[in-house]
Ligand binder design. Structure first.
Ligand SMILES: Nc1ncnc2c1ncn2[C@@H]1O[C@H](COP(=O)(O)OP(=O)(O)O)[C@@H](O)[C@H]1O
Ligand SMILES: [Mg+2]
Length: 221
């Protein structure tokens, strides 16, 4: 089983949006997927609840119980666990990062978001994880993405070659418990999620942390 955590000290960066989209994408590709929502607001859980019995499975959990919840998911036969976390919850974010093989940090290309990057990096360093940044809600025009890429090109982190645009599909899909790929499989938003999932190269079956680090190095553009 492989575990991904979405972590970012800044609220509104796109943790829940990306967690839910990746979880559904994984499920569609045949990974038996469980989303564990660690945010007390339970936004991801509420979105997935709207799907009724349609997978992926979702549960809410307290971060302090992750050391039980993740092995339990593995025992139940899940291939992938996606952890969605609350912003500004240092201890909870640290627990999630420690429980994860791969830590993803969504970041918007704005100065307030970029200023908050170091706080999330500190959490990853404490957890001894090399995170992958995902530029999110990038405007269609302008140089923000390129400039942001330079700011987050810091030692011990990787920047995903695939960024997500600022797209209506990401905002409205959740209204019906859907994701952008389901709303319109031919949309740019859908293509970005497919490309992002491919770039992350998430393994199936057994794996090791060493393999994870090697794989993340390959991501370096
Ligand atoms: N790529 C995107 N394009 C357009 N809107 C987005 C995008 N990513 C996130 N949003 C919107 O931004 C808001 C915050 O995103 P969310 O995923 O809830 O952030 P977080 O979980 O990090 O607090 C939501 O209203 C969401 O629909
Ligand atoms: Mg959220």
């Amino acid at each position: 089983m492989f575990t991904i955590a979405l972590v970012c000290q800044k609220g509104g960066a796109g943790k829940t949006t990306i967690a839910v989209h990746l979880a559904v994408e994984a499920q569609q590709r045949g990974y038996r997927t469980l989303l564990i929502d660690l945010d007390p607001q339970a936004s991801a859980a509420k979105v997935l609840d709207r799907r009724g019995d349609q997978p992926p499975d979702v549960t809410t959990e307290h971060p302090a119980r992750l050391d039980v919840a993740v092995p339990a998911a593995e025992a139940e036969g899940y291939d992938l666990v996606v952890l969605d976390t609350a912003p500004q919850a240092d201890q909870a974010a640290l627990r999630a990062a420690r429980a994860a093989d791969l830590v993803l940090i969504p970041v918007r290309p704005s100065i307030v978001d970029l200023d908050a990057v170091q706080a999330t990096m500190d959490v990853c360093q404490l957890a001894k994880r090399q995170p992958v940044f995902i530029l999110n809600a990038v405007p269609a025009q302008g140089s923000e993405a390129r400039e942001a890429r330079e700011v987050i090109s810091i030692p011990g982190a990787t920047v995903s070659p695939v960024a997500l645009g600022d797209r209506k599909a990401f905002r409205i899909a959740f209204n019906d418990g859907q994701v952008a790929q389901e709303l319109d499989p031919k949309s740019k938003a859908a293509a970005e999620i497919t490309a992002l999932f491919d770039a992350l190269n998430i393994p199936t079956g057994s794996h090791s942390h060493t393999a994870t680090i090697e794989r993340v190095k390959e991501l370096r553009p």
